[in-house]
Write a protein that binds this ligand. Structure first.
Ligand code: THU
Length: 133
């Protein structure tokens, strides 16, 4: 699916606002994400860290949960960080692939004027899919 420029901008803006709410006192690396629902609505998420580090939840997965609880499914995602844009971590790629393995992935930065649109199948070829034996 090709994203319209206006949709890319909506996703980046929502992810940017979400980044401002990130709870990242340990890494000092705030991340904002936004997923586009199949119904056209946009859902933000931010990373939420914990003093027990392994309990940290990434921005992307919080955005996915927000979309699901609102009754829709993710069909594109944007991620905003400080500095060079970064793709979602491996765990988040797999979670996103659950809903749309080819979805567009928008990478953007709050501090660097560089953005990129790639796709989940480029980032995670061969995603795991559970098939009943
Ligand atoms: N983080 C995300 O929110 N998304 C990713 O895809 C990669 C990493 C967060 C987790 C942690 O709070 C911080 O970035 C540093 O790893």
């Amino acid at each position: 699916m090709d994203l319209a420029k206006v949709t890319v901008e909506r996703l980046i803006e929502a992810a940017h606002q979400a980044q401002a709410q990130a709870y990242a006192p340990y890494s000092n690396f705030p991340v904002g994400a936004a997923v586009l629902g199949t119904d056209g609505r946009v859902f933000p998420g931010c990373n939420v860290e914990n003093s027990s580090f392994g309990l940290t939840v990434c921005a992307e997965r919080n955005a996915v949960a927000a979309a699901l609880v609102a009754g829709t499914r993710p069909t594109a995602v944007a991620v905003v960080v400080n500095g060079k844009p970064v793709p979602p971590c491996g765990a988040c790629r797999q979670v996103l692939a659950e809903f749309d393995p080819g979805m567009p992935v928008v990478l953007a930065s709050t501090t660097v004027r560089h953005q990129q649109v790639t796709s989940l199948d480029a980032l995670l070829p061969g995603a795991f899919r559970f098939e009943k034996p």
